[in-house]
Design a protein around this ligand. Structure first.
Ligand SMILES: Cc1ncc(COP(=O)(O)O)c(C=O)c1O
Length: 366
């Protein structure tokens, strides 16, 4: 018996997701006491106090299965966004939502159109469900090029992923481009607007995908509690989609896919709007400090609407390594001439700027 004969052959060429280095690994190797993990677009602060208290209070009840329908949280999201509860879906991270949508829609050979470079899960789900990949390059501003994505749609396109702000570049497409796209996209295509970084955006021209959501047209809007709400470790995301699609997702998901602690934490996190506003403002301030450091050091970067900044370097391997030695973990993309730096607290920004100055002094140029 050979495992190669048993495991589905289309999985063979695929490679598992490679997580970045953990702070503890780098601490051991670099000998630095302070190591900043700025490689996974996490929020530097913990969950909001109300969420922590609610999580602690629910721990003695972990002998019970979760509410499989995530009723209380879906009701709250429904009220908050003015979307009927039947069109609100809660998943084990928004990652799971992206996968489920593909699982219920895509047949082998269907085309999935997605931007590139962008979130690694889009090609992953295309691989899992044996779709044909249609990668569309970003525009000159490093945002999804919606006109080019529209032009890439064919009769065989089943799904289009849009990422706004785009990960890893942080750039957004604006209202006019989104309106043009939504007015022209054919009805046989399901559009998934991935807004994982929605709450960080400050640009006036940012189009909220939900403005186009009417519960009828084939549009899915995906959001997450992993980023501004700091619940990445619990795995909880959500989305809005027409009811027939939501019902199809109910058929493929595990009955208790979202755990109780995650549901409770997400529920109470939604109440702390003051903290969300504070986090957005602080994130914006930190980006401005970093931009001024980059300008001073001659590092070019993409202005970001998210909690990370994509900066250019001709020597990504050396710069990645040099930053690591300074105790700053960033995200690399193989040989791509750029790296992605997450935004931390003001203290983290000060340490990061010192690290960049030290690397510039050591390597000369970026
Ligand atoms: C663009 C984008 N979408 C979705 C996700 C998934 O987030 P989660 O599964 O933690 O909700 C991420 C995480 O990094 C992301 O960058």
């Amino acid at each position: 018996m050979s495992w190669d004969d048993i495991i589905r052959p289309h999985l063979e060429p695929l490679v598992p997701y490679a997580p970045g280095l953990r702070a503890s690994q780098v601490r051991e190797r670099s000998g630095k006491d302070v190591v900043l993990k700025l490689s996974s677009n996490e929020h530097p602060c913990g969950p909001v106090p109300m969420a922590i208290a609610a999580m602690e209070a629910v721990l003695p009840w972990m002998n019970r299965y979760p509410d499989g329908g995530a009723g209380a949280l879906r009701r709250k999201l429904s009220q908050r966004h003015g979307v009927p509860i039947e069109q609100v879906v809660v998943t084990n991270g928004s990652n799971e939502l992206l996968r489920f949508v593909a699982e219920v829609l895509v047949r082998p050979g269907d085309e999935i159109v997605y931007p590139w470079p962008s979130f690694v899960v889009y090609p992953m789900v295309a691989n899992i469900f044996e779709a044909t990949h249609v990668k569309v390059a970003l525009d000159d501003g490093h945002a999804c090029d919606l006109d080019a994505m529209l032009a890439a749609i064919t009769e065989r396109t089943r799904l289009v992923f849009l990422c706004n702000p785009n990960n890893p570049t942080g750039a957004i497409y604006g209202r006019d481009a989104f309106t043009r796209f939504m007015e022209a996209v054919p009805e046989h295509v399901v559009v998934v607007v991935d807004e994982a970084y929605f709450e960080f955006v400050t640009a006036q021209d940012y189009p909220n995908g939900l403005e186009w959501f009417d519960g009828e047209r084939p549009l899915v809007v995906a959001r997450t509690f992993s980023k501004i709400y700091s619940l990445a470790g619990l795995r909880i995301g959500y989305g809005f989609m027409p009811e027939p699609l939501a019902q199809a997702l109910d058929k493929v998901r595990e009955p208790f896919n979202v755990n109780t602690v995650a549901q409770i934490a997400a529920y109470y996190s939604l109440d702390d709007e003051v903290e969300v506003r504070r986090r957005r403002a602080e994130n914006q301030e930190q980006k401005v400090y970093l931009y001024s450091c980059f300008d001073r050091l001659g590092v070019s970067y993409v202005p970001s609407e998210a909690n990370f900044v994509y900066f250019m370097t001709e020597r990504p391997v050396e710069v990645f390594q040099a930053l690591l030695e300074e105790g700053v973990i960033v995200r690399d993309f193989g040989n791509a001439p750029a790296l992605r730096l997450g935004i931390g607290t003001p203290e983290d920004t000060a340490i990061t700027i010192t690290a960049f100055e030290a690397v510039a002094a050591r390597l000369g140029a970026f």
